[in-house]
Design a protein around this ligand. Sequence first.
Ligand code: UGA
Length: 435
Amino acid sequence: MKRVFWLLSGLNRRMMKLLFALALIAYIACEYIDLILLSIQENGDVKIEQKIDEAVAPLREKIRDLEQSFSQKYPPVKFLSEKDRKRILITGGAGFVGSHLTDKLMMDGHELTVVDNFFTGRKRNVEHWIGHENFELINHDVVEPLYIEVDQIYHLASPASPPNYMYNPIKTLKTNTIGTLNMLGLAKRVGARLLLASTSEVYGDPEVHPQNEEYWGHVNPIGPRACYDEGKRVAETMCYAYMKQEGVEVRVARIFNTFGSRMHMNDGRVVSNFILQALQGEPLTVYGTGSQTRAFQYVSDLVNGLVLLMNSNISSPVNLGNPEEHTILDFFSPPVNMLSSVPKRIRLNPNAYRGRAVSRSQIQFLSEAQDDPQRRRPDIRKAKMMLGWEPVVPLEEGLNKTIQYFSRELEHQANNQYIPKPKAARMKKGRPRHN
Ligand SMILES: O=C(O)[C@H]1O[C@H](OP(=O)(O)OP(=O)(O)OC[C@H]2O[C@@H](n3ccc(=O)[nH]c3=O)[C@H](O)[C@@H]2O)[C@H](O)[C@@H](O)[C@@H]1O
């Protein structure tokens, strides 16, 4: 201590000031370093927290989804007694028509098994039933046998739009022949009734107009549509062979042109093509002159007809379609003029179509599709008389609903950065893949 006093007493005032200043600088530097270290630590903490947040976010989303699925609300379903409740199989039940039929039968209170190979069907079409105690979805191709216990089989599995069934003709043939045999085999084993979704295409390019159920048809057996037309014709033949030989109860619906929500955006049939093209301000594609005719029914009418037929005692074929006939050129105006009801946010070229009649410059005439039936209109007297069924949804109302559906789909697709193009009804070049 003495030494320290001795040293200090030896220092002069200037030296004292210098020492004091140095001590002050050292003190400030220490404090500053402390501050820097603290902020580095805080920054590190923030980064770690961010990383944790990023890793946990998907888990949080999963938990939210799970919570939602636990509290999922299903459309209202009737309660049926054990006696009235049926176990029903719908093949192709996730497709356009199949999913609407699924909705009806579920809401009517039945137990459903939906089978689909998702070639043209989509899980989205039936996702609102997933988890319901009366509903089961099986990813299965009817070309393979199926062993389940059911009371009724609605056999709808097959691509139905020309570009889809021509995409892989061998597969279309297998689906309609082997697939139908498998379902008839199942019906025989378990004593179920089977309804075949046949088609107006069994009449081919008809020489009788309108087409009634007695007409045998005019089909080119080696043309590009034959895989579907002949596939369905032989499917009908199989139904009646099983009925006569094995006593299987069969119902055959000859379905005419149908449209509505849940048609695939790339379906390629005329209604979805025109709506999609008009919504996107593209020219409407007409194959040939457009003087060929069709009669279009809304999907809910068809579904009611299918259920009535299944539960009737009519085993012979029945036409289900809307007898209001239009040329394809005629058919432009309603969907196009209805676009004014579509919200502006939809990706739509406002200079094209909106609220105006279509001029010929907005039509792209393409070559005629081979073997395209020139006239088609159902004679529905049998369905009226024996089922008390006829279509009730006016064309404009059905189109309006379909336009709204496609608008929402386009918006959904646009949000997902993908805008589908309508598919042309052309044969795929080269050798198609098949299995
Ligand atoms: O919608 C249906 O229910 C029916 O559709 C198709 O039969 P198709 O009458 O050829 O149906 P579309 O492809 O919609 O064609 C209808 C008419 O419009 C024409 N078309 C089609 C698409 C297009 O963009 N432009 C166009 O002019 C076709 O050439 C045809 O003359 C199927 O073959 C049937 O099995 C099915 O029952």
